[in-house]
Design a protein around this ligand. Structure first.
Ligand code: 4AD
Ligand code: MG
Length: 476
């Protein structure tokens, strides 16, 4: 709005709705800008519910139809973007503390009611995924993405305050950290005319990096290099997995937080995992209450109670072998699982959830897995059969953290690399850490979207990241 004040002309500053709702300068002029959530009224007065994303709450704009004709208000439909200037007043109606009596209106952009996809309330999550470019404007997704920001701040705050350095590991790499062969290749080669070597292999020597390269599945290996110099580091960045799993808990592109710490052992690693998750959950309760209350009411009635209970409870620490015994016992008592769970099997999510949701009814840190179901870098126990993995299993989610103590002994690590036929020449730099000043160390990876699932109560991982990447889907 242009205001004329003596000889000066200036544009009135925008107040964010979250601040406007707390403001008590009644009778003063105020300007807010945002997207119309709804408009209703009668022949004398119109009420606009306006939201600018700064908070889940709308501010009410009261329009006196004696001053603004219906014609002028015509473009102010659901989804339109407006700038509203008026007088801040104490609200007469229930449900809000302040409202604005409109004196000046500017329409930045209308939204054709025939075409705007977010017309109705109660649209399904499946439908909203098809309009992921607009869904941040809904209450639910606004709440989720504000919480996502706060959780990122929680993570940086936790590690910064505990003396960790944020260490940037590469996204393009030539090594498969998890050894699961689920990497997306990165190439500038002409895929329609691939040169092969004499033995029929693709010749990468003329490719951009001169060898096969891919998007990283984990920053851990480079993170270890950081920890063995700086002592305590963490990474927080995107990771990529070409696993063809169409589940509510898998993405092809997800964000991972990977702390790596020198001179700690298994118990201290588990303490770190537990303390870190509790810090993040507490942070959500302290910084995101308006959004959590909304989600608690409309998405998951048990959400806030579940968040509180996690902070107050000690996580169970359970060796894999004992876990298998509990599952076998459940089967003997008539419990049916879809997948087998003999010693040596990787646990399916139904097994993890049985332990966490039915048996213990709290988070479980599972330790000492059979070595053949875990990655090559995990420290082998004296029994030669199990490794010092420390995964955290959560209610509703299953595995939220995958972690371990790392094998720091060069000979033992070499044996494992050979046993698994991992190409040694690609790993020379990693093995150097074990050759030169090797040190005990450990770390873990937390899937950021799995944490987001827990903190928001959302059911599908596609709904806690703005633009999900999954098999056959890279829209937006
Ligand atoms: O258990 P993962 O595969 O462990 C690692 O990558 C280790 N290098 C981490 C480390 O020790 N530094 O993955 C770690 C976590 C899982 O527990 C899960 O939360 C998440 O990453 N995750 C996924 N999240 C979404 N979509 C996927 N496809 C995921 N795969 C793993
Ligand atoms: Mg894992």
């Amino acid at each position: 709005m242009i205001e004329h004040n003596k000889n000066k002309t200036y544009i009135m500053q925008r107040t964010e709705i979250k601040d406007a709702l707390r403001c008590t300068s009644f009778g003063q002029p105020i300007n807010v800008r945002g997207w119309v959530r709804s408009r209703r009224g009668n022949k004398n007065v119109s009420f606009i519910a306006l939201n600018d994303g700064s908070t889940i709450k709308n501010i009410q704009i009261v329009v006196d139809l004696a001053q603004f004709s219906e014609e002028l208000l015509k473009p102010v439909t659901t989804g339109a973007c407006i700038s509203a200037t008026g007088t801040l007043v104490e609200s007469q109606g229930a449900g809000q503390s302040v409202e604005i009596q409109l004196t000046e209106l500017e329409v930045y952009g209308s939204a054709d009611p025939e075409k705007y996809p977010l017309q109705k309330k109660g649209l399904s999550m499946e439908f909203l995924r098809t309009v992921a470019h607009l869904r941040p404007r809904t209450n639910t997704f606004g709440a989720v993405f504000r919480i996502r920001h706060h959780m990122a701040m929680a993570i940086h705050t936790y590690f910064h305050e505990h003396g960790y350095f944020y260490f940037h590991t590469p996204l393009i790499t030539a090594s498969d950290c998890e050894g699961a062969g689920q990497m997306f290749q990165v190439t500038t080669k002409n895929l329609y005319n691939l040169r092969k070597t004499e033995d029929g292999q693709i010749d990468y020597s003329d490719d951009f990096f001169g060898k096969m390269a891919a998007l990283t599945v984990s920053g851990q290996l480079e993170g270890e290099l950081g920890a063995l110099a700086l002592g305590k580091i963490y990474t927080f960045g995107p990771t990529f997995r070409a696993e063809n799993s169409n589940t509510p808990r898998h993405l092809a592109e997800f964000w991972m937080i990977e702390p790596e710490v020198a001179f700690i052992q298994k118990d201290e690693l588990m303490d770190l995992e537990e303390d870190f998750i509790k810090f993040c959950v507490r942070w959500a309760l302290e910084h995101c209450m308006d959004d959590l209350e909304f989600l608690n009411q409309y998405v998951d009635k048990g959400l806030i109670e579940r968040l509180r209970s996690v902070i107050d409870t000690d996580f169970v620490r359970l060796p894999y072998t004992e876990g298998i015994n509990i599952l076998q016992e459940a089967i003997r008592n008539g419990h049916k699982f879809e997948f087998p769970c003999q010693w040596g099997d990787d646990l399916a999510s139904e097994h993890e959830r049985f332990l966490v949701e039915e048996h213990f009814r709290k988070p479980v840190i599972m330790t000492d897995y059979p070595k053949d179901i875990k990655a090559f870098y995990m420290k082998i126990n004296d029994d030669q059969k199990t490794v010092q993995g420390t995964d955290v299993l959560f209610p509703q989610i299953g595995e939220i953290i995958g972690g371990s103590v790392r094998e720091e002994n060069e000979a033992k690590l070499n044996d494992e690399i050979e046993r698994r036929h991992i190409p040694m020449k690609d790993m020379w730099w990693y093995l150097d850490t074990r050759r030169f000043g090797s040190a005990p160390h450990a770390g873990f990876g937390l899937g950021f979207e799995r944490l987001m699932l827990f903190v928001t109560g959302m059911q599908n991982i596609r709904d806690v990241i703005p633009f999900p990447r999954t098999p056959k889907n890279a829209e937006f």
